[in-house]
Design a protein around this ligand. Structure first.
Ligand SMILES: *[C@@H]1O[C@H](CO)[C@@H](O)[C@H](O)[C@H]1NC(C)=O
Length: 380
C-alpha cells in the first residue's frame, strides 16, 4: 500500500472541523469571521491574490447553489440570467442564483484562479484547462428531480459532460499521459441532493414521498450518489470535496409555505437534511476506505448557517432580499432588490445571498486543505 502523508487530525473527525485560520495562508482575522463577517461582507477573502493557482484545475458539479449559467439556454423556469441576480457580481447577471459570488467562486478566488471557472455550456478552447463548472439549477442525484420546472442537467448527465471535457483536455495536451497524470492533482467539488428534496420529495406531483419515509429516501439517494461518485473516481478524480445539504427548512419559501410551530425553520425538512447529511458523512468514510489513492471530504453547509439563523433569534423573520415570483420563488425580473443585501442570508426564496456564502466558504476552505498533504496545496 502506498504511503500516505497524514493530513491534519481534524480531517477525519466526524464533527466538523472548527476553522483553523492560523494554519492557513488566508488573511483571516478570527474576530472578523463568523457573524461579523456576514455583516461586513467578504473583504478578507478579497485580499487573497496569489499568482499561481494552488491547484491546476477545478471541476464543479452541482445544482443552482453553484450553477454559473448552464441553464441559460435550456427550456426551464430554473434560470436566473437577469437582474437583480448578479447585481454585485463583476460580470453582472450570468445565471448565478445570487446577487454575487457563489461558494465555488470564493474557492476559485482563494485557490488563486485569475478567472472564474467557466460554465460547461459556454467553455471554449484552452479555458477548460483551468476547470469547468457543470452545475445546473433544479438538477439532482435522481434524473426525474426538478423536471417539473423544465429541462436540467442532472448529475448523470454532468458526469457525461465531464468525460467530454477530459477528451478535449487530452486532445489539447496531445498526449493522454500528460492529461491523466494531472487528474489526480485536480480539485473536484460535488454538491448534490438539495433538489432531490426541494424539487422532488417535498414537492407535490412527485411520487417519492408516497413511497418512502425520509430514512429510506436518504438511503436510496446515497446509494445512487455512491455509484455516481465511483464513476467520477473511474474518470480520474482523486481529490473530491462533497458538499452536505444546507438548512432547506429555513429558506424563505419553506418558512412561508409550512407551519413552523413557533420555530424559525421547518423542522421536518431540516430533519430530512440531517438524515441525508449523516449518511453522506458515512459515505465519505466508506469511499475513503475503498479508494486508498483518493481523498474525499465532507463540507458542512448546515452548521454554520443554522447557527447564524439561531443567533438572529425568533424575532427575526426569514425573508429574501428580492421581490419574488410566487410560483418559482425566484426574483421578479428587473426589480430593485433590498438596499442592504449584506444583511440578508437569502437573496430570493431559495438561494443564499453573497454575504451568506463566505460564512460557509471560510470554514470549507479549512476543510479543503484536508484533500492535500499536511503541507497544504501543491503540485508539480
Ligand atoms: C467516463 O469515462 C470513464 C473512463 O473511461 C468511464 O469509466 C465512465 O463510465 C464514463 N462516464 C460516463 C458517465 O459515461
Amino acid at each position: 500500500m502506498a504511503h500516505r502523508k497524514q493530513p491534519p487530525s481534524f480531517c477525519y473527525s466526524r464533527t466538523d472541523p472548527s476553522p483553523r485560520f492560523d494554519s492557513l495562508d488566508i488573511a483571516c482575522n478570527k474576530k472578523l469571521c463568523g457573524v461579523i463577517l456576514l455583516l461586513l461582507g467578504v473583504s478578507n477573502l478579497q485580499q487573497i491574490e496569489p499568482r499561481k493557482p494552488k491547484v491546476p484545475c477545478y471541476f464543479i458539479f452541482g445544482d443552482s447553489l453553484v450553477d454559473p449559467g448552464n441553464n441559460n439556454e435550456l427550456s426551464t423556469s430554473a434560470k436566473s440570467n437577469y437582474p437583480p441576480y448578479g447585481i454585485d457580481f463583476p460580470h453582472g447577471s450570468t445565471g448565478r442564483f445570487s446577487n454575487g459570488r457563489t461558494a465555488p467562486d470564493f474557492f476559485a478566488q482563494y485557490l488563486g484562479f485569475e478567472n472564474i471557472i467557466p460554465p460547461f455550456t459556454t467553455a471554449k478552447g484552452e479555458e477548460i484547462l483551468q476547470g469547468v463548472n457543470y452545475a445546473s439549477g433544479s438538477a439532482g442525484i435522481r434524473d426525474e428531480t426538478g423536471t417539473k420546472l423544465g429541462i436540467n442537467i442532472g448529475l448523470n448527465k454532468q458526469l457525461e459532460n465531464y468525460n467530454i471535457t477530459i477528451s478535449f483536455i487530452v486532445s489539447i495536451l496531445k498526449a493522454k499521459d500528460s492529461a491523466t497524470k494531472y487528474l489526480n492533482q485536480y480539485l473536484y467539488s460535488v454538491g448534490m441532493g438539495s433538489n432531490d428534496y426541494i424539487n422532488n420529495y417535498f414537492k407535490p406531483g412527485y411520487s417519492t414521498s408516497t413511497k418512502f419515509i425520509p430514512e429510506q429516501y436518504a438511503t436510496i439517494l446515497i446509494e445512487q450518489y455512491s455509484q455516481q461518485l465511483t464513476t467520477l473516481y473511474s474518470s480520474g478524480a482523486r481529490k473530491v470535496a462533497l458538499g452536505g445539504l444546507g438548512p432547506m427548512g429555513c429558506t424563505p419559501d419553506a418558512v412561508a409555505s409550512h407551519e413552523t410551530y413557533g420555530k424559525l425553520c421547518v423542522e421536518e425538512m431540516n430533519n430530512a437534511v440531517r438524515i441525508f447529511n449523516d449518511k453522506l458523512k458515512q459515505l465519505v468514510d466508506e469511499l475513503h476506505e475503498k479508494f486508498k489513492d483518493a481523498k474525499f471530504i465532507f463540507l458542512d453547509n448546515f452548521g454554520g448557517l443554522i447557527k447564524h439563523i439561531s443567533i438572529l433569534g425568533t424575532n427575526y423573520k426569514i425573508t429574501g432580499c428580492c421581490e419574488v415570483v410566487k410560483e418559482t420563488g425566484q426574483c421578479v425580473p428587473n426589480t430593485a432588490p433590498c438596499r442592504n443585501s449584506n444583511l440578508f442570508i437569502f437573496f430570493d426564496s431559495f438561494h443564499p445571498s453573497e454575504a451568506a456564502n463566505p460564512v460557509t466558504a471560510t470554514s470549507q476552505i479549512t476543510s479543503l486543505h484536508c484533500l492535500f498533504d499536511t503541507n497544504g496545496f501543491g503540485y508539480s
